[in-house]
Each structure stands twice: as structure tokens, then as C-alpha cells.
Design a protein around this ligand. Structure first.
Ligand code: FES
Length: 139
């Protein structure tokens, strides 16, 4: 998990207040695996849209994030910041995703801090990916 101290310390573009984007997979099914519509992923996307109303957080959708085995899935992206993929979400995790997006927007190091992160985004973390601008393995 990513509970350790940050290893990259350069300020991220998100620290300037730029908005963040949540991408929700709308193809993910509920626990029964039903093909019924709206799918559980569509309900999560709608819940996230409600939670993001009036905030500088955009909610977009995709048809598969390649995380199908971890059930309801979403990602949080922000220019110049680390990107996150989450799974094991529920239809009512929209506010958690928006909270994570807001934490990322305010983060000085371009990472969603562990402290204050909703539990669903702790348990459900699948991966985090650094932006190319923060890679230090070569110049
Ligand atoms: S169907 Fe949702 S991640 Fe693949």
C-alpha cells in the first residue's frame, strides 16, 4: 500500500488548484453479476456526479478500466499528479471519490494523502501511477 512517506517531493500541477477528474467504469456489474441496466457502475457514476456538484471535480465515464475482478472500479486523475485506480467500490462511494479527488487537488506532493482518505479508497487501492514529469530515473 502507499502509506509510506512520499518518495517524490516536487510540487505537482494539482497543487496549483487545477481540477481533478474521476473516471468511473459504467460497465461494472453488481454483486449478482446481473446485466440489468442501469449497471452498478452507472449508479456509482451518478452518485459521484451528485457529490461533485459545484466542485472543481469532473466526473467522466469509461466502459472498462481493466479492473473487472475488483468489482466496481474508478480512477482519479489530475494533471501533473499521481493517477489512482480503485476497486471494490460500492454504488454509494461517489462522495468518497470526490473526497479523494479534492485531497489530490490540494496535495503538495501530487499524491492522495493516507490520512483523511476515505476507507473505501484505502481498502480499494489497486495502483497508483506517477506522472511522467515526476519520474526521476533519467533526465
Ligand atoms: S467492467 Fe468495470 S473494470 Fe472492467
Amino acid at each position: 500500500m502507499d502509506s509510506g512517506p512520499p518518495t517524490q517531493t516536487e510540487p505537482a500541477a494539482s497543487a496549483t488548484g487545477a481540477g481533478t477528474t474521476i473516471i468511473v467504469c459504467i460497465s461494472c456489474r453488481d454483486a449478482t453479476g446481473s446485466d440489468a441496466h442501469p449497471r452498478a457502475g452507472e449508479k456509482l457514476a451518478e452518485d459521484a456526479r451528485r457529490a461533485a456538484a459545484g466542485l472543481p471535480v469532473e466526473v467522466r465515464t469509461a466502459e472498462c478500466l481493466g479492473n473487472c475482478k475488483r468489482r466496481l472500479s474508478a480512477s482519479i486523475l489530475s494533471e501533473g499528479a499521481w493517477s489512482y485506480v480503485f476497486g471494490d467500490l460500492t454504488e454509494d462511494c461517489g462522495a468518497d471519490l470526490v473526497a479523494g479527488a479534492s485531497l489530490l487537488a490540494d496535495a503538495d506532493d501530487g499524491k492522495i494523502p493516507w490520512r483523511g482518505r476515505p476507507d473505501s479508497l484505502k481498502r480499494g487501492l489497486v495502483a497508483r501511477i506517477p506522472p511522467l514529469t515526476l519520474l526521476k530515473d533519467r533526465s
